[in-house]
Design a protein around this ligand. Structure first.
Ligand SMILES: C[S@@+](CC[C@H](N)C(=O)[O-])C[C@H]1O[C@@H](n2cnc3c(N)ncnc32)[C@H](O)[C@@H]1O
Length: 387
């Protein structure tokens, strides 16, 4: 690939693709986004106006480019069109916007990203149509979907996504691209402390006294019971039941019965634990539940990654963070008794330190959560451009 090469950034968000492409020697010639906060962050960082609805742009107005990047929203395609051929199935979807640009420009390389379940979406039809359309347009693709996550490359986040790489070679569309990642890392080979600072951070990130009390209670609970690997959710409200209500579905009855058994086996301890914490009266309903998903890899909650989820207080090992998606569940780093900062969320998506986050924390977390991981795209594109 020549340098500098030109790329376009569709559904550009805050420019995860932009970061990866510039690292590889690319120059952005067009970006398209409709969310005003993303447009703001994009301008702040790249001094480029990305404000444009891709549906309103004539493909002839898109500047010539070497690489088309897009993390497009996943939508179902029309089934009625099945017999009428591939072309009709994508009409009206955002993938169709990519298709019409490629049809006109014959872009040499494409780098697309989507949620993992794009492959199984609509019983596999979505994936089949996308591959069919791209091949018909003259693109060679990898034989199998590339399912990759930042943790494969040493960035401690579990976020499996499908990356679609394509090279415009209309005479060789049936020859798959030879792109594989044989030496990726396992989850256990990562550590959250690679992106988490041990320095003091802004006061707003520290958990409240109430949250600290809740976590201390669950930590004491874990130490007090006779079970170290808990294979079911702890639902304290059911401890004193005699048996699971019959109107519950089977799976729920099983969990409730396990909770009753746990209580029976640890009655003396749990009774005094309840007494100490006033029968958990000050806990919210979700704080009365706990999901220990750390096996015996840690022996205190304060060494785990914790999330206050609707399903309960979830504790995991500090190898990787769960995928950054929802602002309400920003993970707590037990060791530092605080939530992940905006800067750490940026690092978890492999954005550089200099990147200027949106001034609103809520927007910033959301934008990083929606963005593509820069390292994953960089590693994929590096291989693609070598072909
Ligand atoms: C999954 S996000 C992509 C994030 C981006 N790859 C990044 O690294 O930040 C999809 C984006 O598509 C944008 N979008 C949806 N419809 C659009 C349209 N018609 N034209 C342009 N952008 C659109 C959404 O606002 C959203 O930010």
């Amino acid at each position: 690939m020549k340098k500098p090469f030109n790329f376009i950034d569709l559904f550009s968000g805050i420019g995860g693709f932009h970061q990866a492409m510039t690292r590889l020697g690319g120059q952005c010639v067009f970006a398209s986004e409709i969310d005003r906060y993303c447009i703001e962050t994009y301008y702040e960082n790249y001094k480029m106006n990305s404000d444009c609805d891709i549906r309103s742009i004539d493909e002839k107005e898109v500047p010539p480019h070497d690489v088309l990047c897009a993390g497009f929203p996943c939508q179902a395609f029309s089934k009625a069109g099945k017999q009428e051929g591939l072309d009709d199935q994508t009409r009206g979807t955002l993938f169709f916007e990519i298709e019409r640009i490629l049809k006109y420009h014959h872009t040499p390389y494409i780098v697309l990203e989507n949620v993992r379940n794009l492959v199984s979406h609509d019983h596999g039809n979505t994936w089949k149509v996308i591959r069919g359309v791209l091949k018909k347009l003259g693109y060679r693709l990898t034989e199998k979907p590339l399912i990759l996550s930042p943790h494969h490359f040493g960035v401690p986040q579990l976020r499996e996504r499908v990356v679609i790489l394509g090279k415009y070679e209309p005479n060789r569309v049936d020859e798959p691209l030879d792109i594989v990642f044989p030496d990726v890392l396992k989850k256990e080979q990562n550590s959250i402390y690679d992106v988490i600072t041990d320095q003091k951070v802004d006061e707003k990130y520290y958990i409240s006294d109430h949250e600290e009390m809740v976590l201390n209670a669950w930590d004491e609970f874990y130490h007090g019971i006779d079970m170290k690997v808990i294979g079911f959710p702890i639902w304290s409200e059911f401890f004193r039941y005699e048996k699971a209500p019959e109107e519950f579905p089977k799976w729920k009855q099983e969990f409730v019965n396990k909770n009753i058994q746990l209580y029976q086996n640890n009655k003396a301890f749990i009774d005094q634990w309840f007494e100490k914490y006033d029968d958990l009266k000050n806990f919210t309903p979700t704080q009365r539940k706990m999901e220990w998903q750390a096996g015996t890899n840690i022996d205190t909650i304060w060494e785990g990654v914790i999330q206050f989820r609707p399903s309960g207080v979830r504790v995991k090992v500090p190898t990787c963070f769960p995928a950054l998606v929802a602002i309400v569940q920003i993970p707590v780093i037990g060791r530092y008794r605080r939530r992940m900062t905006v800067e750490e969320a940026a690092a978890l998506q492999s954005f550089p330190k200099e990147f200027i986050s949106n001034p609103s924390d809520a927007q910033a977390y959301k934008q990083y959560g929606n963005s593509v991981n820069v390292t994953v795209i960089e590693e994929c594109a590096k291989k693609l451009f070598q072909l």
